[in-house]
Write a protein that binds this ligand. Sequence first.
Ligand code: SAH
Length: 418
Amino acid sequence: MRVHLTATAAAAVRRGHPWVYRDGIAGGGGRAAGPGDRRRGERAPRGGGGAAASAATGDVVELSAEGAPFLGRGLWDADSPIAVRVFQRAQAPALDERAIAERLERAFALRDGWFAGRDTTAYRLCNGEGDRVPSLVIDRYDRVAVVRLDGGMLAPWLDRLLPHLARALGARGVRSIGLRARGEAPSGDADGKKLAHLHGPPLPDRLFVRETGVAMEVDLARGQKTGAFLDQRDNRARVRALAAGRRRVLNLFSYAGGFSVAAALGGAGRVTSVDSAPAAHATAQRTFRENGVDPAAHDFVTADAFDFLEKARVRGDRYDLIISDPPSFAPSERAKPRALGAYRRLHAAVARVLDRGGVLCAASCSSHITAEDFLATLDDATLERDDLRVRATHGQPEDHPTLPAWWEGRYLKFVVLE
Ligand code: SAH
């Protein structure tokens, strides 16, 4: 099956961008090409758009463009706005499960090295596009691996890939493999569970993992993402180091309390965790106990973060370390202006309860907001103060690798102001 690309889409593929959007297909997104469909100056695709029209989700397609008979190979998706995810750019014998399994083995072997001796049992084993296995995310939670597929193109491959996964992960101590329901939809089965069993002993609903020496409860069945926000691991360790000697810490959007327990273990006096979901606090409190920290010595507030901040300001409460890690405010490019406004309002409210001499850690997990965009929501005019400097900016850890041309993969910003 051949897919003929527009000049723009072909250039992106050459740079190593792993996605071809439907409008990057010459002759119209997989529909049989009519004369009016083509961009001016592009010749009629020879079996390009027309061939793609008959492809099924998961089919291997060959990419070509004007003057480039072979650009690479990828997998077709008949439904998603991303029509092709590109797996190979060079001529390789085939794009089959062996080729994919080899890339997975490379991704796993890299983690063996990266996490050796770090007292960390939860990490991303494969970061999809960033590990050159587009659409496939695999997170490890100690003896359990959770698979998530972005888009549908690898779903027809899963049965063939599973024996390899079981073997390669089994050799590394993973016993069970589960499949996370697609997307971030809160729906699950009748039970609210979002995890299906694929291989090995039954999956636990919850389990404890270790992260940089800290115990952390993970809600595999009902938690967010594949269970935890593994991308903040190094930033949690940073907060632990920043917390020494702090009297009052505020962790906004605290979820399972990862930053909270890091601050408590780092020596903070009293840590206040704020999240709108009460279930998150129950998880956080079990994590506190597992680490030998009494949750009764700290505060867990179920509230909207904006409401909490306004009430704290009125009460005159002040904090000397604040962490703010909200859910993505900008799920799309179109939502960006509104999202920037929301970050500004949030940061202005945070600044009003931050002590002089305090530290603010502000995070954003939206790929549509660049680091510069995000810093602009923390400027002097927004915060209405001029005593802070950017001490450091961090991103995602090495187990969430990206590609130079795949800017969408670099989504996490973590700015430390002091
Ligand atoms: N910092 C966390 C991840 C945060 S995820 C970690 O490191 O693990 C975002 C969290 O924000 C979710 O738990 C969600 O319940 C919560 N949330 C979403 N909107 C909120 C709001 N308006 N006020 C308070 N919490 C909110």
